[in-house]
Design a protein around this ligand. Sequence first.
Ligand SMILES: Cc1ncc(COP(=O)(O)O)c(C=O)c1O
Length: 393
Amino acid sequence: MKTKYDHLFVNTYTRVGPPMKGGSGTYLYDTNGKEYLDFASGIAVNALGHSHPVLIETIQHQTELLIHASNLYHTQPQIDLASILIEKSFGDKVFFCNSGTEANEAAIKFARKRAKKQSKEKYHILSFSHGFHGRTYGALSATAQEVFHSGFEPMPQGFHYAEFNDIKGTEKILDSHEFAAIIVEPLQGEGGINCADPKFLKFLRKYADKNYVALIFDEIQCGTGRTGTLWNYQKYGVTPDMMTLAKPLGGGLPLGAVVCTEEIASAITPGSHGTTFGGNPLACALGVQIIDIVSDPVFLKSVTAKGDHLKSKLNEIARVYDSIEDVRGEGLLLGVRFNTNPEKVITDCRKNGLLLVKANQNTVRFMPPLTVQMEQIDEAAKIFSKTLENTKT
Ligand SMILES: Cc1ncc(COP(=O)(O)O)c(C=O)c1O
């Protein structure tokens, strides 16, 4: 359905309903004063909900101090955020940018530069079916979904695709060219909430080690506490060479990062990559608070408990409706997969005061703020169930 503002914008999104005006905790409010339980979280961005007091205070403080200085100089928030990311992950070095697609773009470039040390032909990149890595040409080429490429061809060369979780097929493709990198989401978000098989990730690690291939985990959606561990890779006991982050990292401001090993970083020299805004002090100051709060073991435990609770509620609902195939995902990144297109369910849930997001063609994504309350989970499940009762899918 058209809104009265659509004529103002390039038609990249089907925006719905009245404009959003404000938010508090797990709630969003539109300009008509309607209240929504926000289980979309700005597409997995608002990890601490809306108007979190620590984020507001940090914005006020940092805005008075310094908003932008460029990457010609160090700034304290950048130093602090890099330090905390390194301290709390496998990484030795960090590169900051402004978004998820830029983080993946940088990771692909870093991998190619490193691989060139070994062979001129070692530039191929492998990614997987149902993965999503962004919209700029490198990240888009790594996104193994034709629908996103359509009309934008020719795509850059050197990108190859294998079936997610298929070890044999993946090995065959890897053996067919000289690969610089493998990029994978350990838990696929946009592609329908698909968890990696631990054996698959272990195989990728082993292959990458043996063949001088950089292993990149895209944790833009599944990282930063969303699945109950600070990083999703920690669940698998498989450590990447690079991890890309964005979405919740800037507390709602644009911020992306590549966290990598010393060995990867050693391929990069001044001037070989850059960004004017990346690692902006205001966004980084928020990033420090986000990581500080989210990495607290008590906080992470609460994410797991709330995720388990939401999953069991959704499973209860799934047992009632034949149109639901299964409930998937981990922590607070969950999907309800339908055997039909669930667009109408999402529209009707919004009308009934619950915001959800589609993933792939058949899955409804539940990704509330990590600060969501148990009662709000019960309330969301009630709205979802009531909506299903009255919606023909
Ligand atoms: C796993 C993953 N990678 C990359 C991206 C791209 O991030 P951005 O939209 O910030 O460019 C997304 C966005 O949905 C994502 O989910």
